[in-house]
Design a protein around this ligand. Structure first.
Ligand SMILES: [Zn+2]
Length: 193
């Protein structure tokens, strides 16, 4: 029986690299993997339809299908027997429900990679749904600058810590993120007692 998998981890932990490795492994076994990404991924903002995937470690000609949402229409006419979803946190609960239909009705494994929480420590909608209904949930670990396990994100706008609401603030300035442990996150947020 196919399963719905959720591999979560903070930024920079190597989720896309893990996805591309999985894609490679399945390709070697004559499977037909399809990689799907949300269109709004800011690093590749303008992509639509099939376009290259960028990864810090892998170079090569990996392609992903960039979609607004995961629906029967968006996957129509594409032949695949394993589905890999990158940046899954940006999809909605209804997209995740449809992914579970692909698993349960077509017996096709769906492997999702994404962040669990945003810079304010709140669950993303897609990730919350996956935590609720995925068959298999695993963490890809990363390390804070202090050496503890990184589980939170800090957003910097033009080098200053920014905890304002909203996920994407490209219009504000140069936005970067760091992955930190909860203690360092509280310290940066001014929550330390
Ligand atoms: Zn730390």
């Amino acid at each position: 029986m196919a399963k719905l998998y959720f591999y979560y981890g903070v930024m920079g932990c190597g989720k896309t690299t893990a996805l591309l490795q999985t894609e490679y492994n399945y390709s070697k076994r004559d499977f037909k993997p399809l990689v799907v990404k949300p269109k709004l991924d800011t690093r590749e903002a303008s992509y639509s339809g099939f376009a290259p995937i960028q990864s810090r470690i892998f170079s090569g000609k990996h392609q992903a299908l960039y979609v607004d949402s995961i629906t029967p229409e968006s996957l129509k006419g594409i032949d695949f027997n394993i589905l890999l979803v990158d940046e899954v946190q940006f999809f909605k609960a209804k997209d995740i429900e449809f992914l579970s239909e692909i698993v349960d009705k077509k017996d096709i494994p769906v492997v999702c990679y994404g962040l669990k929480t945003d810079a304010n420590g709140n669950l993303f909608e897609g990730s919350a749904k996956l935590l609720a209904i995925a068959d298999s949930i695993k963490e890809i670990k990363h390390i804070c600058k202090c050496g503890s396990k990184a589980i939170m994100h800090v957003r910097y706008v033009d080098g200053k810590v920014d905890f304002s609401d909203g996920v994407i603030v490209i219009e504000k300035g140069n936005v970067t993120y760091d992955s930190v442990c909860r203690k360092c996150w509280k310290k940066l947020k001014g929550l330390e007692r």
